[in-house]
Design a binder for this molecule. Sequence first.
Ligand SMILES: [Fe+2]
Length: 186
Amino acid sequence: MFEKERFIEECRAALNEAHPQAAIRELLTKAVGEPAQIVRALGEPKRAGVETLYRADDLTILNLCWGPGMVIHPHDHRMWAVIGIYGGREVNTFFRRGEHGLTRHGAKELSTRDTIPLGAAIIHAVTNPLDRTTGAIHVYGGDFFATPRSEWDPSTLEEHPYDVAHTLRLFEESNAKLGANARVTG
Ligand SMILES: [Fe+2]
């Protein structure tokens, strides 16, 4: 059964293992294997948002709720990560640095109960292809908010410093759209 505090403790303990990312993927696979338990502990993902479940220098755990159709531009992390989906779907598009900016390098669609490890050099864009909110737990091997990283303009593929405030605004815009739709349909 998923318990937030126990999950954090287990992730912290996993940092001492020989392969922390693999150990944490195992924990996350177990956790998202019972998605209803995560919903019970964290709530139903209804609104887009980033909830920080845990933050330290060597570990960040986020509860990410992607609004319907939400798109996050290509960015890197500069630390390993593990993604696990507990409700909905997340499409990850991967990129590589090329001679002339980024080149697309495959995509992976993750559904409920799926996990994926991401290397520290990975550049990815994330899309929620559904017309409902997707809930995911993202675990990072460092302080996600304090580490400078890059994002790329989706049309020019030009590299810029990552702008956390801009990303957070995307979540608010997604919620504003949801509200507008709710007013139209409801
Ligand atoms: Fe990411």
